[in-house]
Design a protein. Structure first.
Length: 294
């Protein structure tokens, strides 16, 4: 289906009217989240916050009109809002993202919650954290922010992703708490870590074509493709875990829908202890957890 070009937004158009027009345009383009997307895009295009929009709806759009038109056209092409504005809110911070990294999803916060619950249950100082396939660094940064005495290592095979992760560490004042290593999972590392986390690629190769355009066309396939059965990355990660997980440590891996039993079996076969799980807000088994015995 051909999408009609986005209409012009006259600089003299009031902000409130521009928002109504933008939301209508997005709805007509099949965007279900049109009201939220429209507000975020309008505020980003005009460099204002939501409070300013509510307070001054009659203020003209002004020179941001051209940017607003561009944003509208990109969203109608199913580019995610976070990629249009260049950042994603995750946990308690804002993360820069580019086409080189996976767009952090709200459900991934379940993994952060699981790690912090473990840290509260087994308190200690100087946590050592390893994030495999760190991407934007959202998981690593979120854990380090909540554990001030911790030190973390993020690993990613993509040099461009490593650059973004380092940028986010620095922007959040965490450069002294973490480093980013460009490499293939944990194979280039030595030493042991109290917590090992990962949100690996877990989509079966044949299923990628059927994903929503926001994911299929904009997330890097390197961060999506989990091989023929979606489990290739888990096999590689779990094989290396005994060499890197400290006694009493926690491994926490994000899961795709329906993958818990398979990944738990891989963990059980490697460690000889049962794996648990953490449910996300939709009641799905989102994170598999392995607490190694001392």
């Amino acid at each position: 289906m051909t999408i009609a070009p986005a209409p012009d937004f006259d600089p003299a158009l009031p902000r409130g009217a521009a928002l109504c027009r933008l939301v209508r345009l997005l709805r007509e383009g099949g965007i279900e989240s049109a009201p939220i997307d429209g507000r975020v895009l309008l505020c980003a295009a005009l460099d204002i916050d939501h409070a300013n929009l509510v307070r001054e709806p009659e203020c003209p759009v002004g020179p941001g009109a051209a940017t607003l038109m561009s944003f509208a056209a990109r969203r109608l092409r199913r580019e995610p809002v976070s990629r249009i504005i260049g950042h994603r809110e995750f946990w308690q911070a804002r993360f820069k993202i580019t086409e080189s990294v996976l767009d952090p999803r709200p459900e991934t916060e379940t993994l952060v919650e699981a790690v912090l619950d473990h840290a509260a249950q087994f308190p200690r100082k100087n946590w050592r954290i390893l994030d495999l396939g760190t991407g934007s660094g959202a998981i690593l940064c979120s854990v380090l922010q909540s554990l001030p005495g911790a030190f973390g290592v993020g690993v990613d095979i993509s040099p461009a992703a490593c650059t973004i992760a380092r940028s986010n560490l620095a922007a959040l004042g965490l450069a002294s708490q973490g480093v980013v290593v460009c490499g293939d999972w944990a194979h280039a590392l030595c030493g042991r870590y109290d917590v090992i986390v990962s949100n690996p690629p877990y989509i079966a190769s044949g299923a990628i074509a059927g994903l929503e355009p926001e994911v299929r066309d904009h997330d890097p396939h390197l961060a999506l493709d989990g091989g023929s059965d979606g489990l290739a990355a888990y096999r590689r990660i779990i094989f290396s875990l005994p060499d890197h997980l400290a006694p009493g440590g926690l491994a926490a891996l994000e899961l795709g829908t329906g993958q818990y039993r398979s990944v738990a079996a891989l963990l059980g076969g490697r460690f000889g202890v049962p794996a648990g799980y953490r449910l996300d807000l939709q009641g799905r088994q989102r994170v598999v957890l392995l607490h190694d015995s001392d």
